[in-house]
Structures are given as structure tokens and as C-alpha cells.
Design a protein around this ligand. Structure first.
Ligand code: PDD
Length: 290
């Protein structure tokens, strides 16, 4: 069965041409997106994703293409038509189509595309044994809090990481601090046993998983600090991990050539893997070993 996409009011096979050549998303990367997971047919944290979508759109001065309840109905219908219950939803809004010009009119009609696919989840090995990351310079723009479709630096970094045999790239700013990873948030457990992640602001994407993990950690009495940390501190940390909608809480056991802790997923990471898996209603295989 061909996958069905929602494109500006129509449900159609995903490979059928649909978006105008002069869509500003295509010409200028002028748009934003969201990625949500679906477990047992239920989109998770829909309200949080909708709030972040609105913040991203506000940041670029693009109108919401439709109300959140209408968007939810489109998401559910796209899932139904694709007969998917365990999935990842990709939702993209661009400013709309207009003759190519850097300048744009406030009256443009935003373009909305929704696709769904089976989730590419962490393998049992990655989940149990952790992954390697490499460090790379953070070459993105200064508004990383906006979930912009302008993902070229993220994509290049992720590819470089893969070419070097790593799962992800820790992105390092001009001060030597790790901001986040190319498609996930970065965390360490420092020498004092405190859970540390970069503070919110323009420097990182405020991950929904990050928000959830912070809540779980605080509720479990794990000491937490939202502060910047350097690459050197990360390499010397007791533990490290990544968070994102589709990789959940993924242990990091090597940064460049440095093993983290004893080279195996740490105790706090394990605990948070379990707490998050339970809270998000993930498949039992993600509760095991934690
Ligand atoms: N990536 N930081 C960046 C740069 C990201 O692209 C993502 C998500 C995150 C984690 O956010 P969340 O927990 O809300 O997924 C952090 C998505 C999954 C993607 O681009 O596919």
C-alpha cells in the first residue's frame, strides 16, 4: 500500500507531486516542522508539540495553518489512512507559495503537509549498550529554539557522525560548550552525580523529551542543573545520554575517542530510560534491562 500524505486539504499517495515549485519552504527553507511519536494509535504529547509548533511559527511570523483541534483531526486521519498505530508523525508548515523574492507578503496562505511512517526506533543493542557520538562545531544559525526546516548543518553533522561510525554528533559552540546533538538533546551526569543539560533559550531546541525527562528526574529526586557544559567536561563525565522523540533516552558510552564512565550505560541513565519508557507507554522491550 502506497503511503498517504496530507497536503493542503488533500490525502494523496506520498509520491504524487503536490507542492508548488515556488513554495517558500522549497526555495528558502522558510518553514517549521514537528515530529511526534504515536504509541498504540495515540499521538503522544500532542499538546506540547502543538505549543512548540505555535512558538516556532510565531518566531518566523507565519500563521497557524488551522486550529490545533483541526490539526489533530488531520493527524489522526493520516494515521488511519496509513493503518499505523506505532509511528512517527512529520508535520511541516511553510510560509506558502509566491513568486521567488526574498521579500514576502503577510497575506500568504501557509502550506501544510503531514506524513506518517513506521518509527525507526533504537535497536536492542543500542538501547542496552549505548552509542558513540563524535564532536563537531555547531554551525547552525542563532535561533535554534525555532524548529526550522533549515536543517542543512544538522544533516551534514549527522552524516559526518555516521561516516565516522557514530550514531550522533555533539555540537560544540564557540566557547567549547556542547549545545545539543544534530537531532537530539545532549545530557551528562557530572562528577558530582548531577544531571546536566544545556539551558533553554535561543541556543538549543527545547525538546519535548528533554522536558519530560527533566520532570521525571525532578520527581525521582535526581539532582538536576540546566547549565552549559564543555566538551571536556562531557568527556570526563560519569555518564552521558541523548534524548529525542524517536530515540527516547539513549545512553552515550563514547565521545570521540573518550569512553564515558566505564564505557557502559550509567546508573542514572538506566533509571531515566525506565522512567521515561513507562511514562511514555513505550513497548515493554524498552522497559527491559533498566
Ligand atoms: N529531532 N534537538 C534537535 C536539533 C532536534 O532536531 C530534536 C528532535 C531534538 C529533540 O526534540 P524532541 O525531544 O522534541 O524530539 C533536539 C526530531 C526528532 C527530528 O528532527 O527528526
Amino acid at each position: 500500500m502506497a503511503r498517504i500524505a496530507y497536503v493542503n486539504g488533500r490525502y494523496q499517495p506520498i509520491h504524487r507531486p503536490a507542492v508548488p515549485v515556488e513554495d517558500r519552504g522549497y526555495q528558502f527553507a522558510d518553514g517549521v516542522y514537528e515530529v511526534m511519536k504515536v504509541v498504540g494509535g495515540e499521538p503522544r504529547d500532542l499538546d506540547r508539540h502543538m505549543r512548540r509548533l505555535r512558538r516556532s511559527l510565531d518566531g518566523l511570523g507565519i500563521r497557524m495553518p488551522m486550529s490545533p483541534p483541526a490539526l489533530e483531526a488531520v493527524i489522526r486521519e493520516t494515521l488511519r489512512r496509513n493503518r499505523l498505530k506505532e509511528a512517527v508523525v512529520y508535520l511541516q508548515v511553510s510560509r506558502g507559495a509566491a513568486p521567488r523574492n526574498h521579500l514576502y507578503a503577510a497575506t500568504l496562505k501557509p502550506s501544510l503537509v503531514v506524513t506518517v511512517r513506521r518509527a525507526g526506533l533504537p535497536s536492542a543493542k543500542e538501547w542496552a549498550e549505548g552509542v558513540a557520538v563524535v564532536s563537531l562545531p555547531d554551525e547552525r544559525w542563532a535561533r535554534r529554539d525555532i524548529k526550522s526546516i533549515s536543517l542543512l548543518p544538522n544533516s551534514l553533522a549527522r552524516q559526518k557522525a555516521k561516516d565516522r561510525g557514530a550514531r550522533e554528533a555533539f555540537l560544540v559552540d564557540g566557547d567549547g560548550c556542547v549545545t545539543e546533538a544534530s537531532a537530539s538533546n545532549a545530557w551528562i551526569v557530572d562528577r558530582n552525580g548531577t544531571l546536566v543539560t544545556h539551558p533553554l533559550g535561543h541556543g538549543i531546541l527545547g525538546g519535548i523529551t528533554r522536558e519530560r525527562v527533566l520532570e521525571e528526574a525532578r520527581a525521582a529526586g535526581i539532582p538536576v542543573e540546566e547549565r552549559r557544559f564543555t566538551l571536556d567536561e562531557a568527556k570526563a563525565a560519569r555518564e552521558a545520554f541523548l534524548t529525542s522523540t524517536s530515540s527516547f533516552v539513549l545512553p552515550v558510552v563514547r565521545i570521540d575517542d573518550a569512553p564515558i564512565g566505564n564505557g557502559h550505560p550509567g546508573e542514572t541513565t538506566r533509571r531515566l530510560q525506565g522512567l521515561y519508557a513507562e511514562a511514555a507507554g513505550l513497548h515493554p522491550r524498552f522497559h527491559q534491562g533498566t
